[in-house]
Design a protein around this ligand. Structure first.
Ligand SMILES: Nc1ncnc2c1ncn2[C@@H]1O[C@H](COP(=O)(O)OP(=O)(O)OP(=O)(O)O)[C@@H](O)[C@H]1O
Ligand SMILES: [Mg+2]
Length: 244
């Protein structure tokens, strides 16, 4: 079933048309990759879906509900979670507290004022730390983690509130090949409960983990469909390799 649908999205910045009637569909329990050359509009499309930008025209729905102009809390309630290109962890807090805070973001003020909240969320924090290979350092300051571990921490935080769709913008940028491989392994199990829309430059990484791909070039969709088909599309090879 279609879960997330972006239709005819146009985004104009001054004289620049960053997105020109672009769209994509992410199905339930699907990993969907968004690729394209620098400046092709990938982050802008992700931001429109996340609500960080409002499209000039076009519509975005989740499970049939229109969220084109919805607020952040409304998008979150609809099941959306995002990790942007720039890391948003709190470096002066412990690894544990970073995850705890992202869980508490869904709690009522009444519960936050009691210590119950922290105690009852403890198993979930530990489970997320374990899934993202951070169990051995809950008390370390998040800012002291390696670059790769900070990305994993942020993905764990983005998953804290059990989203239906996780949006990731270049999570493996700056990672070593080993960290990149590990990221693929860490993401794979989330498919049981969540869909993924992921922007990546590394075609090898993305084609290994994604069921389907959408290719943007200069704000327009060049191709979309199952990974095996899209990566063989001559227009994709041309658009991608010509600029890469
Ligand atoms: N807030 C903004 N104001 C003006 N122009 C913008 C803004 N955000 C993006 N752009 C422009 O829109 C175009 C698409 O940018 P976008 O960041 O979406 O590309 P991208 O595909 O994510 O690129 P990269 O691969 O470098 O991350 C670029 O020409 C960019 O300069
Ligand atoms: Mg980008």
């Amino acid at each position: 079933m279609n879960l997330l649908e972006a239709k005819d999205i146009t985004k104009i910045f001054g004289a620049l048309t960053a997105l020109d009637k672009a769209g994509l569909v992410v199905k339930e329990n699907e990993f969907h990759g968004l690729i394209g050359p620098n400046g092709s509009g990938k982050s802008t499309l992700l931001k429109c879906i996340a609500g960080a930008e409002i499209p000039t025209s076009g519509t975005i729905t989740i499970g049939g509900t229109d969220i084109t102009t919805a607020t952040s809390p409304e998008r979150s309630r609809a099941g959306l979670s995002i990790k942007f290109q720039i890391t948003a962890i709190l470096p002066q807090l412990s690894v544990y507290d970073n995850v705890l805070l992202s869980l508490q973001a869904g709690e009522s003020m009444g519960r936050l004022l009691t210590s119950k909240s922290r105690r009852s969320l403890d198993p979930k924090v530990l489970e997320l730390l374990s899934r993202f290979r951070l169990s051995d350092r809950p008390d370390e300051l998040a800012g002291a983690l390696s670059h790769g571990q900070q990305q994993w921490l942020e993905i764990a935080m983005a998953l804290a509130r059990d989203p239906k769709v996780l949006l990731l913008d270049e999570p493996t940028a700056g990672m070593s090949p080993q960290e990149r491989r590990a990221t693929g392994e860490l993401l794979a199990p989330i498919k049981a409960t969540c869909s993924l829309l992921i922007v990546e430059h590394d075609l090898d990484f993305i084609k290994d983990i994604c069921d389907s791909l959408t290719v943007l070039d200069q704000g327009k969709i060049v191709a979309t469909g199952p990974t095996a088909e899209v990566q063989e599309d001559p227009r994709v090879k041309e658009a991608y390799l010509a600029h890469a």
